[in-house]
Design a protein around this ligand. Structure first.
Ligand code: HSE
Length: 310
């Protein structure tokens, strides 16, 4: 049998406090693995899904990885080609770590390899975003783009996928805690008010600009002052028990900033170095555990590579 290609696509932290739907960065781990190989049966089929507590659909059109792969095959005029795909979920679903995005990113990269790599990673992005859209109904690339391309990504406009990689600062580390509560992105989006005050808009755009300038200049204090979300976090914090206590624990350890990862319930802290990330991570994890909530801790750099062939 054709062994095919296996791709690892990493988890990601979307929003990064002040960039709802327009900022995200990739983590080293966890992540999903996607295998694509040729088959004698015409058409795309999902033949295996492992590692998901939730029953994910085998129907290609209903599956984030399947739909992304299908759209790419259609674009390449290869939708009749026999292709089978395996999805190995290695990260929690509904965690705020971009699980569906990682599957979609991994799928398009694995299919692209199988087809002889006709497209660049950047050209694969629209197909992966279409896959992610199956999960929550909206077209945003703040998880998919970093998972596929790596780095910290700023999206000026989601519709046209005007995406830009922000500078890498050596030494920056991230602690992410995942409390074992499931929040569906769709639900977490639905609670948001579509009204934003002028004052909050001014503050949030100031923070977004500050974060970007801080990354370009390597100005940690500016990054730290800018990692504040005055619009989304106050609305979503209620979904995560003890959120403010956990945030306080990270900031007490010196973290540059701490906020909800994507739609939650995971919480990330951006840190000056790995020791601070360990201390902040352990303090956040302990706060959840002391409150009777099981919780995993992930320590990571900002992964510059994104999805890769393994
Ligand atoms: N920007 C998205 C949100 C990320 O916060 O809803 C999760 O898909």
């Amino acid at each position: 049998m054709d062994p095919g290609f296996k791709v690892f696509a990493p988890a990601s932290v979307a929003n990064v406090a002040c960039g709802y739907d327009i900022l995200g960065f990739a983590l080293d781990k966890p992540g999903d693995e996607i295998i694509a190989r040729t088959s004698n049966t015409p058409g795309l089929r999902i033949t295996k899904i492992t590692g998901s507590q939730k029953k994910l659909p085998y129907e290609v059109e209903k599956n984030t990885a399947g739909f992304a792969a299908l759209k790419l095959l259609e674009h390449l005029g290869e939708e009749k080609r026999g292709v089978e795909m395996e999805i190995h979920k290695k990260m929690p679903f509904g965690s705020g770590l971009g699980s569906s995005a990682a599957s979609a990113a991994g799928a398009v990269m694995a299919i692209n390899e199988l087809m002889g790599r006709p497209l660049t990673k950047r050209e694969l992005l629209p197909f992966a975003v279409l896959g992610e859209q199956v999960a929550d109904g909206s077209y945003h690339a703040d998880n998919v783009a970093p998972s596929l391309l790596g780095g910290m990504i700023f999206i000026r406009d989601n519709a046209s996928l005007d995406v830009h990689r922000l500078p890498f600062i050596r030494g920056l580390r991230v602690a992410v805690v995942y409390p074992h509560i499931e929040i569906l992105t769709r639900d977490s989006r639905n609670i948001l008010s579509d009204q934003v005050t002028l004052n909050n808009t001014i503050q949030q755009t100031g923070n977004l600009g500050g974060l970007i300038v801080g990354l370009y200049n390597g100005n940690f204090d500016l990054i730290s002052r800018s990692l504040n979300d005055v619009i989304i976090e106050p609305q979503r914090a209620q979904l995560i028990p003890h959120f403010y206590q956990v945030k306080e624990a990270a900031l007490k350890e010196g973290a540059m900033g701490c906020s909800i990862s994507g739609a939650g319930p995971s919480i990330f802290a951006l840190c000056h170095n790995s020791l601070e990330a360990e201390n902040a991570g352990q303090a956040m994890q302990k706060t959840f555990i002391d409150n009777g909530i099981e919780c995993d801790l992930f320590l990571s750099s900002i992964n510059q590579e994104g999805a890769f062939l393994c």
